[in-house]
Ligand binder design. Structure first.
Ligand SMILES: [Zn+2]
Length: 65
């Protein structure tokens, strides 16, 4: 499986949108687990890295240094 390129503070689109209707998530923690925060309602979830990699569709906004 290919390793997708993502970094802290990137905004990503997931394969499944959040029930609130938004499909923009910000990566707010990177580690063994990844925490993403819904840009629509502010809800955050913790997902194992491998699962995140599988469920992430694409990076929408690359974080600028
Ligand atoms: Zn939401």
């Amino acid at each position: 499986m290919e390793e997708k390129d993502f970094a802290l503070n990137d905004v990503v689109e997931m394969k499944k949108q959040h029930p609130c209707g938004t499909n923009r998530w910000k990566i707010i923690r990177l580690g063994m687990d990844i925490r993403i925060k819904c840009e629509g309602c502010g809800h955050s979830v913790l997902i194992p890295r491998r699962e995140f990699s599988r469920k992430m569709k694409k990076v929408l906004v690359k974080h600028e240094e």
